[in-house]
Design a protein around this ligand. Structure first.
Ligand code: NOJ
Length: 546
């Protein structure tokens, strides 16, 4: 039985400041029609699960018309639902039902690039050099004899040159796959079109937008050469002439004015990979966006000192602009944190080895309690509440991540976190649907299912449910912009809190004795607390009422 929802005391317009937002990857969440692919109706049917889990909002990765060259981040029509996911009526029903359950819906907006199957690009290609439609993208003649060399030395984030040459001799820019041509945001028609797309979805009733590659739309004047650099990786933080240019902020100021015409409680979330958290804070100034993902936090190793440093710098960076910090451990682009923490540190966010699964899960559960105790908004990626590991042994011929193919299998393992999630112990695709699943689920996946974990004391699902219920009920959890650290704790451990609440974390591989802060509210692994001191087990986090 799910705990009753407690209405937050926060003003409704400020709901997002401490919201827990659940990311759904539509292909892999729930398949209502048995075609092996998740869909909007499947999500709609599972909304009560999300409400009972205790999240505030659902962010849907793209479900628009798309050839799926990059899992839907290649949009052919921004106002249409891809038939694989349903249609606009399904989207409408999903939004309405979510609202009836007190859940908000955030959709993904992909403004940096379209699909090469978008009408603008297809016509631009067909019309040939000199077509005014080519000005809406970055078409340029090449360098060298016969223009046979790309216009500059930029590389695609997915590997290989960031330019592709057409048979007519011109080159076009694509920071990601060749099927994802970059739009030219200097062109007024591009800006107009996206303002219209925003209104389309706002009129449909969505509560906000997650902005894909929010740091990418404006390129440095003249598209200057980089002059050699390491290949930029997904979520990379190097300064680049095609990322984090100051001009991008003009776009967001204009967008914010549109949002402000609607109810005051709708939000923008930036996916902005910037060199520093201070640069990230620029995106969430009061007249721009509301939140930005904290990829510095996502990339942190399981180490108390490093976690504390990133928590402090994140809070420090956000405070001057008045935005809440955000916290995220997993998403559809990185190896799930249960597997990242199962491996040695320093392997990055795309890992192909399962590591020590028990250790990874233990740390992942502790990391979740740490994250949910911090002030600000937290993001949960579908399946992490089941403690799912990444699927590291997918056969190469079933992989779909475009970067896997562009990097000749040296990179691009994002399919491993996109395997459809298990709902039931048995059955075709463990309850994902009646027709198998577009990526194979590992044997034994059923033991991790929602069915197998529901009502089981100590299961990861029940840990999340309880944590989210306590977070709602405990005054001040998630609020504010500060944490107060207690420095009298052993190396490798953390203790922080606020009035009435404390969180202790042990990132070392062994138990440590620390002073008992109060009464245990919740622990990521079993603890026995009595007396002035208690033993905090290895890789464990505990919430306390003090
Ligand atoms: C970031 C998205 O999260 C990722 O999945 C996608 O491949 C790139 N942006 C390009 O759109």
């Amino acid at each position: 039985m799910a705990p009753a929802r407690v209405t937050s005391t926060r003003e409704a317009a400020d709901w997002w400041r401490d919201a827990v937002i659940y990311q759904v990857y539509p292909r892999s969440f729930a398949d209502s029609n048995g075609d092996g692919t998740g869909d909007l109706e499947g999500i709609r049917q599972r909304l009560p699960y999300l409400r009972d889990l205790g999240v505030d909002a659902v962010w849907l990765s793209p479900f628009y018309a798309s050839p799926q060259a990059d899992g839907g981040y290649d949009v052919a029509d921004y106002r249409a639902v891809d038939p694989m996911f349903g249609n606009l009526l399904d989207a409408d029903a999903l939004i309405r039902d979510a609202h009836a359950l007190d859940l908000r819906i955030i959709v993904d907006l992909v403004p940096n690039h379209s699909s090469d199957q978008h009408e603008w690009f297809r016509r631009a290609v067909a019309e040939g050099p000199g077509s005014p439609l080519r000005e809406r993208y970055h078409f340029h003649p090449g360098k060298g004899e016969d223009g046979g060399l790309p216009p500059n030395d930029w590389e695609s984030i997915f590997g290989g040159p960031a330019w592709t040459r057409l048979p007519d001799g011109e080159w076009y820019l694509h920071l990601f796959a060749p099927e994802q041509p970059d739009l030219n945001w200097e062109h007024p028609a591009v800006a107009d079109e996206f303002r219209s797309i925003l209104r389309f979805w706002l009129d449909m009733g969505v509560d906000g937008f997650r902005i894909d590659v929010a740091h990418g739309m404006v390129k440095a004047e003249g598209l200057p050469d980089l002059g050699g650099s390491d290949q930029l990786k997904l979520l990379g933080t190097d300064a680049m002439p095609f990322f984090d240019q100051d001009g991008v902020h003009d776009i967001y100021r204009a967008w914010r004015l549109i949002l402000n015409e609607y109810d005051r409680d709708r939000i923008f979330v930036a996916e902005a990979w910037t060199p520093t958290v201070e640069r990230t804070a620029n995106y969430v100034r009061p007249d721009e966006l509301h939140q930005a993902f904290n990829f510095q936090y996502l990339g942190a190793p399981w180490d108390a000192a490093e976690l504390r440093a990133i928590i402090d710098s994140s809070l420090d960076a956000m405070r001057p602009v008045g935005a809440p910090a955000t916290w995220v451990l997993s998403n559809h682009d990185v190896t799930r944190h249960a597997t990242r923490y199962a491996n040695p540190p320093g392997l990055g966010t795309q890992i192909r080895t399962p590591g020590d699964r028990a250790l990874g899960l233990r740390r992942a559960r502790a990391a979740t309690l740490l994250m949910l105790a911090l002030p600000g908004s937290a993001y949960i990626y579908q399946g992490e509440e089941l403690g799912l590991p990444d699927v590291t042994d997918l056969p190469d011929d079933l992989r779909q991540d475009p970067s896997f193919f562009r990097a000749q299998g040296q990179d691009g393992f994002r399919d491993g976190c996109r395997v459809p999630i298990p709902w039931t112990r048995e059955g075709s695709s463990y309850g994902f649907g009646d027709g198998g699943s577009w990526l194979p689920q590992p044997a034994g996946w059923g033991e991790l299912s929602v069915e197998a974990q529901t009502g089981v004391a100590g299961s990861t699902l029940e840990l999340y449910r309880t944590a989210l219920a306590v977070r709602r009920e405990q005054p001040g959890l998630g609020d504010g912009t500060d944490v107060v650290w207690h420095d009298e704790v052993p190396t490798g451990t953390l203790r922080f809190g606020r009035s009435g609440f404390a969180c202790t974390v042990n990132t070392t591989g062994s138990a440590v004795r620390i002073a008992t802060p109060g009464r245990v509210l919740l622990a990521s692994s079993p603890v026995t607390a009595g007396g002035d001191e208690f033993e905090l087990p290895a890789d464990t986090a505990v919430w306390w009422e003090v």
